[in-house]
Each structure stands twice: as C-alpha cells, then as structure tokens.
Design a protein around this ligand. Structure first.
Ligand code: AMP
Ligand code: GLY
Length: 426
C-alpha cells in the first residue's frame, strides 16, 4: 500500500521510519518532509495549502492511507476533505480536533462527561473584570491559557494572584484571536506524562506512556519549548494507573465525542498530571506528540500501518490485543542556539550517518535541510532527535547510548539538555 505522510518534524520522521517496517508498505510519500524523512520517502508534488488539490494528487498516486502529523491541517479540516473524496486518512475531523484547537471546548467537554481535570472558568474578551474577580476568589497558583492554537506558547503559570491578574491583562493582547477567549484554571501538582490512544471512533489501542521535557534547560528551568527530549515507558504510569486512565479518561472521551456527534478518530494525545487524587487531564492534543513519538514508536511491537489503517477504517477491535513488550527508549533533542527564542539557521551539521539509523540509535530529523552541495544544515529550532533503544527495560543504558550518539553531532550553537530520562531513574 502506498502511504502519504503530512508534516516535516521528528514526529513525521518517526512515523515514516516505523511505517517503512511494515511488510505491506509500498511507496512512502511525504510533504513537506525533511532530509531525514527523504532517506525513506519520496517527495510529494502537493502540500496542505490547497487541500482539494492534495486529495486529487493522493488519488492519482493511488495513496491507500494518508497520515497527518501536525495539528494545523487537522484544525483546517484535512480529514473532512479526504473523507469526502473517499480517501482513507488517519486523523480526527475538524469537529473532533476541537479538543485541541479550543481549550474552552475541551474543558467544557470534560465537565459534561465527568472526566477528571483542573477546575476552571472560561472568559471572553471584555470579561476581564469577571476574570479578575475569579482570580481574587480562587487560590493561587493559577494557570491562564489562551483558547486557540498558540504553538505551545499560550499557557502562563502564575504563582501569585498578582501574576494571574497580569496574565489575564496580557493574554488577550499577546495572542490576538487565539486569546480572545481564555481559561483560568487551578494549578495541579504532580508528575506529567503523555499517553497516546489510537482511536477509530469506538475502540482504541494505547501505546507506551511517555514523559516529555518541556523546559529548555536542565533541572526543568528556563522557558517552555515544544519538548527537549522524552523517554518511554514512563515508570510513573504504572499498569494500574494506565488502566485508570483508560477507564476514567480515554473511554469516556470516546463515548462523549460519539454522543456529541463528533466521533474521535486518529491519535488522542492525553496530557496527564498524576495528582494525589489520581490522573487528571492537563490537555488533549489531536495528534501524536513530538518528541514523544520518537520514543513511543520504536517501542511499538506491532505493525504501525495495520494500526493506523484500522483507525481510519474503524476496525481496531479486530486487531490482535497487544501487551506492552520489554524495551526502553530515550530521545535527546538537539536544538539551535537561542531556541525557543530567536536563533540562526543554515549551520552545517557534522557527525550524521548517511542513513537515519546506526545500531540501536536513530537520528530523527526535525529542523534540517539539504544544501546544494549535499551537506545537511540546520533549518529550525529543534534540529534533530537522537533516539536510543534498548531491548530490555533499561532506561539507564538507553540514556547513556543516546548521549554517546548526541556527543558525536556538532553544529554551531548546538544546545541540548543533559538530564533527559533522569526522572525515570529516581
Ligand atoms: P498545555 O499547553 O495546556 O499542555 O500547557 C503547557 C504546560 O503547562 C503543561 O505541559 C504543564 O506543564 C503546564 N500546565 C498547564 N496547565 C496546568 C495546570 N492546570 N496545572 C499545572 N501545570 C499546568
Ligand atoms: N511534546 C508536546 C507536544 O507534542 O505537544
């Protein structure tokens, strides 16, 4: 079967890397792709700027499944367009993706269906007075969030009521339309973890729980980023907690979405806080997480094409049940100097192998480009995700292997965290 993968990050490289292992895979196409992805996939002559044209090209190239990586095309309705054209596609419809593109919708949805999350109030532009009163009546610390997609930058953690009042004043201004509605919520204490459920509207299959490292610097200091590294499985998500997450969060989410006429298909990303009262939802995303996908997929023991196709076709119940296998994976993100703030691009990268894999290390590309002379240069904030796999549950060995491989890569301004995975050892 020919497959088209939409996106250009480390997540999409990981999807392509895993899909390529399926015995049923035919040609793999990618758009926009990156040099790492193009070691295994062919460029596709259309992009997401014109979804109708993209669907027409997919039909003419006999694409049996289109896999959508990022949230933006999902929020723009790529799945609706492909389905209307009769083309199998992995991802949620625009209506189902509202779980990610509107935090207010997601919070109200959780309230309607009794799904555990932080207590909150939603406000619209012009209701700053009411928001100030709410802040005064609630207990700090609080979290103020812009409603719409804000590339991970729409969340302000406020330690004091004063900080929360300032955040309320700032957010409408800073985020324009994305901030014209905002949520003020209770701060939850606990460990964070990411759980991915591949859903077909009725049934789902969960992948290994992962932990992301959102802050830029060691010791969880510095500004928030898209994610500086990840490991899986996250030992804090014990099998018992995983069962609780399935029963109290994932199952009610699927049932609630069906009942509300927007059945959820694709990857449901549940951002969890493991609180003293049990697992609670920090956020939903409507796609695989990045960099978590770079550690979760290498550990998946099944055929990813089978799984994603079953999600698109509504046949997850007929897949053989899969117990989590042994193994551990650690991904260290190599970033451009200055990221997540301003950074330069075009720095030549040395130390990369010719392919994307060397032994049990995979070099997932994110912000890279191929120069005219064939060399690889930096082209974004998060440049590479260096992932090491261990066949046993040995996270310490995976950490050591990932850092040995990372040390072999150089480019001007390179920076990365040195404590990825440490939380799993404690
Ligand atoms: P979000 O975009 O909603 O995932 O928020 C980004 C990050 O902010 C999360 O990964 C958490 O680390 C933190 N965060 C968001 N909401 C809360 C909350 N209610 N309590 C504690 N931390 C939070
Ligand atoms: N790693 C966080 C995200 O993908 O949203």
């Amino acid at each position: 079967m020919n497959v088209l993968v939409i996106g250009s990050g480390g997540r999409e490289h990981a999807l392509v890397w895993k899909l390529a292992q399926s015995p049923r895979i035919g040609r793999i196409f990618a758009t926009p792709g990156n040099p790492g992805i193009f070691t295994r996939a062919e460029p596709f002559p259309a992009g997401t700027a014109d979804l109708e044209k993209l669907a027409a090209e997919a039909r003419s190239r006999d694409i049996g499944l289109t896999v959508v990586g990022p949230e933006q095309p999902l929020a723009e309705g790529i799945v609706d367009v492909f389905r209307a054209a009769g083309l199998p596609v992995f991802g949620p419809t625009r209506a189902a993706a509202e779980l990610e593109w509107s935090k207010a919708f997601a919070k109200d949805f959780m309230t309607r269906h009794g799904i555990p999350t932080a207590s909150y109030r939603t406000f619209r532009a012009g209701e700053e007075e009411a928001a100030r009163a709410y802040v005064a009546s609630a207990n700090a610390p609080l979290v103020v969030k812009a409603d719409g997609l804000a590339a991970g930058k729409g969340v302000l953690l406020c330690r004091t009521p004063g900080e929360a009042l300032r955040a309320v004043a700032d957010i409408a201004q800073a985020f324009g339309r994305a901030g014209s509605t905002f949520v003020v919520e209770e701060y939850m204490e606990g460990k964070e973890a990411s759980v991915f459920a591949v859903c077909d509207g009725k049934d789902f299959a969960t992948l290994a729980p992962a932990q992301d490292h959102k802050r830029a610097l060691d010791g969880d200091r510095g500004p928030n980023t898209g994610g500086m590294g990840a490991y899986a499985p996250a030992p804090c998500v014990t099998p018992a907690i995983m069962d609780e997450v399935r029963a109290t969060i994932i199952r009610p989410t699927l049932e609630g979405m069906s009942r509300e006429g927007r059945p959820y298909t694709g990857c449901l990303y549940v951002g969890l806080m493991l609180t003293a009262e049990g697992p609670r939802v920090v956020e939903y995303n409507c796609r695989f997480g990045d960099p978590e996908t770079q550690v979760v997929l290498p550990l998946y023991g099944g055929d990813l094409l089978d799984l994603l196709e079953a999600s698109a076709r509504g046949t997850i119940a007929s897949l053989p049940p899969r117990r989590p296998g042994p193994g551990a994976a650690v991904c260290v993100v190599l970033a451009s100097g200055g990221y997540p703030g301003k950074y330069e691009t075009g720095k030549r990268i040395s130390g990369l192998p010719a392919g994307d894999t060397e032994g049990r290390v995979i070099y997932f590309h994110a912000g890279t480009r191929r120069e005219a002379d064939g060399s690889i240069a930096t082209a974004g904030g998060r440049v590479l995700g260096v992932t090491a796999m261990e066949p046993a549950h040995d996270i310490a060995a995976a950490i050591a292997a990932a850092y040995r491989a990372a040390a072999g890569i150089t480019f001007e301004g390179i920076h990365y965290r040195h404590d990825i995975g440490k939380g799993a050892l404690a």
